[in-house]
Ligand binder design. Structure first.
Ligand code: ADP
Ligand code: MG
Length: 459
């Protein structure tokens, strides 16, 4: 028996023994037996998360089954293998620890390949996108574009801070179009991918091919478009591509972490192009939505999770869906390693939420510095007694961000800003909120500051 057949036989038995289609789909379907070397059996998996999971949760099952089928004792080891032809761009888009989903079950192989070739991650679809107030308008606009109903939504410009589902929804548009008509030409690319492709094609003397490739698509989805401000050359090429597509009534989807007005250093003609279709934003999910997402993802990943854990995680992880997913995976992994049910304290520890003081040391000064910079004043001014309109306003913004974005208690916020009375914080939050409602553009400006802070948050 060759090793492919050997593995196929073992998998068939594993599937039966597992008795959980979701578990099987998620963890086993994309594995392969790479080699047998003496007693060692190397099993190839898609990512380090799958490797950890199989080792911790299913090692004995795999070892026993494989040894039985092989007829001799084998010791499995797990190795992450990258698929051939998988570009860097895709590995960047697919988080390293993303589990493989079962949702593709039964999907036509050819369609799957077409979707992958378009640069689209097959785990993103409209079907597994949770619609809520925070993304309702963006979702509706994306659906209309996918259904070809909205000719004037061109470009569709989606913005919002990190981890809120922009890439998911943008790719879902492409996928949905391909599902309806696999002959449509769809390209999803990050602005960085576009730049790299351009540079490579010029170096290899294939600039014409590059142009043809991008200018003959039916739908062009470009992610992280804000980065284009860094590359002057790409802007020109992108502008021309864009015009050509728009003139031929081809759909363009732009994804960014900020509104068009806040992308720095781009040509005016490009900015006005960005604004020329429909601009929609995705905001942070509220508590109920966070719970709904957790439940949905746990079913998708084949993870069992207690209701009280869902409630707790939704309470403590507030501003990023990617983080919610990561939390779910971590909890699942740790539950399999512990005999008893995890307590909420343990969960807090696993999720690194008990290290508040460390976060504070970095986060709070960052917020103050960033806000001070925005208004051309100093952190000292913000913390100090001065009451000029500018300084007082900056102070309120800092309070708002610390309270609403980083969820510090009122008293703590007052402390950070060296205020005695925490009611000033309540007042500040109200003031900023109403300004967001009343003043066009202010919300976006604030969002930009916040998303910069979130992006520089790693500690
Ligand atoms: P962004 O591009 O805004 O940084 P992503 O699209 O990469 O965010 O989303 C991060 C993760 O969160 C993805 O795995 C995505 O599937 C998930 N996600 C975000 N919003 C939703 C949603 N509304 N429903 C389901 N999954 C979501
Ligand atoms: Mg993204």
């Amino acid at each position: 028996m060759n090793i492919d057949d050997l593995w196929k036989t073992a998998l068939a038995q594993i599937e039966v023994k597992l008795d959980s289609p979701a578990q099987y789909q998620t963890w086993f379907r994309d594995t392969k037996l790479v080699e047998i070397d003496g007693k060692k059996a190397v099993i190839g998996v898609k990512n380090s998360y799958a490797s950890d999971w199989l080792k911790k949760k299913h090692n004995i099952l795999i070892k026993d089954t494989l040894s039985y089928v092989y007829g001799k004792d084998l010791d499995p080891t797990y190795e992450v293998i990258r698929e051939k032809g998988q570009s860097e761009k895709q590995t960047e888009v697919v988080p390293e620890n993303a589990p493989l989903l079962g949702v593709q079950q039964g999907m036509d192989m050819e369609l799957r390949n077409i979707i992958k070739k378009s640069g689209i991650n097959e785990k993103y679809s409209f079907a597994n996108f949770v619609v809520a107030d925070s993304n309702r308008i963006a979702h509706a606009a994306a659906m209309s574009v996918a259904e070809g109903k909205a000719k004037n939504y061109n470009p569709l410009y989606i913005h919002g801070s990190t981890g809120l589902g922009k890439t998911h929804i943008g790719q879902a548009v492409g996928r949905s179009i391909l599902e309806k008509d696999p002959n449509k030409k769809v390209i999803y690319v990050t602005s960085e991918g576009f730049l790299n492709d351009m540079v490579r094609s010029i170096r290899e003397g294939k600039a014409m091919d590059f142009r043809t490739k991008y200018r003959t698509v039916d739908i062009f989805i470009i992610d992280d478009i804000q980065l284009i401000s860094k590359w002057v050359e790409t802007q020109g090429e992108f502008f021309n591509t864009f015009n050509e597509l728009a003139n031929n009534n081809k759909q363009v989807v732009l994804i960014s972490d900020r509104a068009p007005e806040y992308i720095e250093n781009i040509e005016a003609r490009l900015r006005s192009r960005f604004q020329g279709g429909i601009v929609v934003d995705i905001s942070k999910p509220d508590l109920e939505t966070r719970k709904a997402i957790l439940l949905r993802k746990s079913t998708e990943f084949g993870i069992e999770i207690e209701e009280k854990t869902v409630d707790y995680v939704a309470e403590i992880i507030t501003d990023n869906v990617r983080e919610l997913e990561g939390a779910l995976q971590k909890i699942a992994l740790y539950s399999t390693m512990s005999e008893d049910e995890l307590s909420l304290e343990e969960i807090a520890r696993i999720l690194g939420k008990d290290t508040k003081s460390k976060q504070e040391r970095v986060k709070v000064p960052n917020v103050l510095k960033r806000v001070a910079k925005e208004y051309g004043i100093t952190v000292k001014d913000i913390k100090g007694p001065k009451r000029t309109a500018e300084i007082a306003f900056a102070r309120q913004i800092a309070m708002y961000i610390l309270r609403e974005e980083f969820n510090y208690k009122l008293e703590r916020v007052a402390e950070f800003l060296e205020r005695k009375d925490h009611t000033t914080v309540i007042h500040a939050v109200d003031k900023v909120r109403s300004k967001m409602l009343l003043e066009e553009g202010f919300k976006d400006q604030l969002q930009m500051i916040i998303s910069e802070l979130q992006n520089s948050e790693e500690i």
